[in-house]
Design a protein around this ligand. Structure first.
Ligand code: IMP
Length: 191
């Protein structure tokens, strides 16, 4: 089995991506690499942050790796929170506080269109490539459901009545921004 580092310690993402890439690739997390560094995410685009993380690992460990960065982009908020999705309500990456701030800022606005966008930066044999996945939908008026993480309870993908948090992980994994980006990555890695 081939090995590749996924520059994350987010357990949700690791299990989502492991399920998609098995059995072709064994995914190594940062913890398994013994990397506990606070990797800078100081770029102002998803592409920039994904590349910062992948480059950091490649330069320090010299191994094949990929990193992702995701943002929720809300049309009526000019694309906010976007690249700042994790820390929208402050440094703590507090999902409840982030959703509360977003719902407050959106108020009763009838334009609730939004999308999740994931960018993956891959460094394979020293060569860089990007893969993007996007899912369009809208923001509910209040949180619905308990599965998933982050903004899942307030994001309703187009063609569905339930939020990501109500659909559950299996259904979400079939259609999500990250699944679409990972599919492109897999097509590239496995073909
Ligand atoms: P990251 O760049 O993948 O760490 O994502 C940044 C932030 O976007 C996370 O802290 C979450 O708040 C949010 N986010 C990323 N992916 C998802 C998802 O699949 N569902 C809900 N929120 C997400």
């Amino acid at each position: 089995m081939k090995k590749i580092v996924f520059a994350t310690n987010n357990a949700h993402k690791l299990s989502e991506v492991r399920a998609i890439l098995a059995p072709d690739y064994e995914i190594i997390s940062l913890a398994e690499l013994n990397c506990f560094d606070d990797i800078p995410e100081t770029a102002n685009t998803l592409e920039g942050n994904a590349l910062l993380k992948a480059n950091y690992i490649f330069e320090k460990f010299g191994c094949d790796c990929f990193a992702d960065d995701t943002g929720l982009e809300v049309e009526a908020l000019n694309g906010e929170p976007g690249v700042y999705s994790a820390r929208y309500a402050g440094e703590a990456n507090d999902a409840k506080a982030n959703m509360k701030k977003l719902l407050h800022n959106l108020g009763n606005n009838t334009n609730r269109e939004a999308c999740f966008r994931t960018v993956i930066a891959l460094i394979l044999g020293g060569k860089q490539q990007f893969f993007e996945g996007r899912i369009d939908g809208h923001i509910s008026f209040e949180p619905q459901g308990t599965a998933g993480f982050g903004y899942d309870p307030i994001f309703i993908p187009n063609g569905y009545k339930q939020s990501f948090a109500e659909l559950g992980t299996d259904e979400k994994n079939k259609i999500s921004h990250r699944a679409l980006a990972v599919k492109k990555l897999v097509d590239n890695l496995c073909n």
